[in-house]
Ligand binder design. Sequence first.
Ligand code: CP3
Length: 369
Amino acid sequence: MLEQRVEMQTPAASAETPRPAATALTGRGRFLSASACRPVDHPPVWLMRQAGRVLPEYRALRQKYSFLELVQTPELAVEVTLQPVRRFGFDAAILFSDILVTAEGLGQKYHFDESSGLQMDFALRSAADIARLDATALPERLQYIPRALRLVKSALGEQTALIGFAGSPWTLATFMAEGGGAEHYTRALALFRKDRKTYFELAEKLTAAVIAHLQMQIQAGVDAVQIFDSHGGLLAPTEFQEASGRWMMEIISALHASHPACPVIVFSLGTHGNWDDLLATGANVLGIDWRFPLADARRLLPGGIGLQGNLAPKLLSEATPEAVGAETARLLEVMRGRNGYIFNLGHGVPPAARLENIAALVETVRGFK
Ligand code: CP3
């Protein structure tokens, strides 16, 4: 399938015409080529959390609908997914959804509002709570996701890539054990450290659920999937593999077996002591968070793996467009000539980001020669 997908590229250049594929690339072609470490005209760009509160058009919809209504109503999720693409012309769209839909699919519902934040109907407190989680109803409970994806896909056509996603089992466990957002995510850590057997039971269930969820998204037409391991950095480097890495590896093995052409991106936050474990997941692309120098990532990681990142998100809310442009250009220089680079932030867009800063970022990437 990947051959089909990248067909739009012309084959490698003759000496006189160094980059013939360049002008012909669509955003989707550029994103897929970079994901496969093939040459591109300039790196593709999309931003984690590109949809949402930063956009006035999103905030206008939120006046009328709750967060969950937006996520669960395909037509609305499509609109919110497309908003940042329309405004900034990103090379990839990411479905407007949340990592916690996997918990919902297992029977642990959640909601979000401004006053109470992220809350789940109950918290996982015991082995019995974990035993009650049931993956069999996941496809039925989450059917709004493939419905939204099919609609987004037909709106984007060949122009823009579409990314599906899920949380890593570890990151999902941290939220599910607390029963929502928390100041400190201590419960999953305690479970992992004190009752390894029960943690593994939970991780196995979450792994199966994430596989089902991501396969459903791939079948609905996404071009790539990203696993968010946003809480990987809560673990000691010596704990990472058992708590998080090995479960992502299992997920990726299953996806590569069922859908070998679909690239998998792993974004793990704050796990700079675990590059070997992250490589061992089998990810096609590794997200580099904003606290790790991109030049070091380039030096440390083998050429066959894509790298994605890693502008400091805070620059979008706190710096000027000139400073954002300058830092974007610096990162592009660091990665010059390295096939398989996808421009992104080193974590999500902060809600207070300035729109002119996002525009400066995108223009700088697009103008890179
Ligand atoms: O990237 C995108 O544009 C797609 C949408 C997306 C959301 N959540 C929408 C959202 C994605 C990819 C996510 C992933 C997600 N969700 C992660 C991993 C990425 C990361 O930031 O580390 C995590 C940890 C979550 C869990 C989650 N969902 C939290 C902690 C919160 C509340 C905190 C916050 O950011 O407000 C949410 C709610 C949420 N998910 C919002 C959005 C736009 C805010 C809803 C609103 O205010 O309307």
